[in-house]
Design a protein around this ligand. Structure first.
Ligand code: SF4
Length: 212
């Protein structure tokens, strides 16, 4: 059984898949407490569902892309067979993880979108840098940047781990903390080959809206 906070159909708001229709499966629980967290409602609330029940729910939507998110979805071990079964059924599967738990057992067909937590998240010590070794070209590493210190730290990580030669690197702002234009100006000044992104769903709907 997996504890599921919500399953809903919307459009992908982030990553290189932004703008495309997507079914979201949000798993309960998170082992982190980022300062800017916008999904605290997923820390404890949810209902128990079997993999079969989750697959049935997903099958109700006319869409072949599924994102597994949270919370921290890797906290529940059964998420691994769930993703494999989704891949077997022909879904394109994405997983958003905070980057503090091992990713090496994830089905290689899954697109992993992994955070490296910046200093202002206050979760820096939780980053599991060993995960970088298992990042594939189809994966994405995301930095959520809230300050100049975060930006400089992110640049350092890109260089240290040669991230631009491993996968797509995403830079986004902590919503409401750093103006997008500031981050964009820094990227341009440095001609940094990262992909800037906005959390599209926060502009389409009310930023506090759940299930979108
Ligand atoms: S990892 Fe995600 S869900 Fe967990 S505290 Fe951080 S922002 Fe919130």
């Amino acid at each position: 059984m997996l504890k599921i906070n919500e399953i809903y159909f919307s459009i992908q708001g982030e990553s290189t898949h932004a703008g495309l229709p997507c079914i979201f499966v949000r798993l309960t629980y998170c082992n982190l407490r980022c300062t800017y967290c916008d999904t605290e409602y997923a820390f404890y609330e949810g209902k128990d569902m079997s993999i079969q029940e989750i697959l049935t729910e997903i099958g109700k939507y006319n869409c072949d892309t599924v994102e597994i998110t949270g919370g921290e979805p890797l906290m529940q071990k059964e998420v691994l067979p769930l993703m494999t079964q989704l891949c077997d059924k022909g879904y394109k599967v994405l997983i958003e993880t905070g980057g503090s738990l091992p990713i090496q057992n994830i089905d290689p067909r899954v697109h992993v979108i992994m955070d490296l937590k910046c200093p202002s998240s206050r979760m820096l010590k939780k980053n599991k840098y060993e995960n970088i070794e298992f990042i594939k070209p189809i994966d994405e590493i995301k930095f959520v940047i809230g300050s100049r210190e975060d930006y400089d730290w992110s640049k350092e990580m890109i260089q240290k781990y040669d991230l631009l030669n491993k996968c797509e690197v995403l830079f986004s702002v902590v919503f409401g903390s750093l103006k997008p234009v500031e981050l964009v100006n820094w990227i341009i000044e440095d001609a940094l080959k990262v992909r800037f992104q906005l959390q599209m769903h926060k502009f389409i709907w009310d930023p506090k809206e759940k299930g979108v």
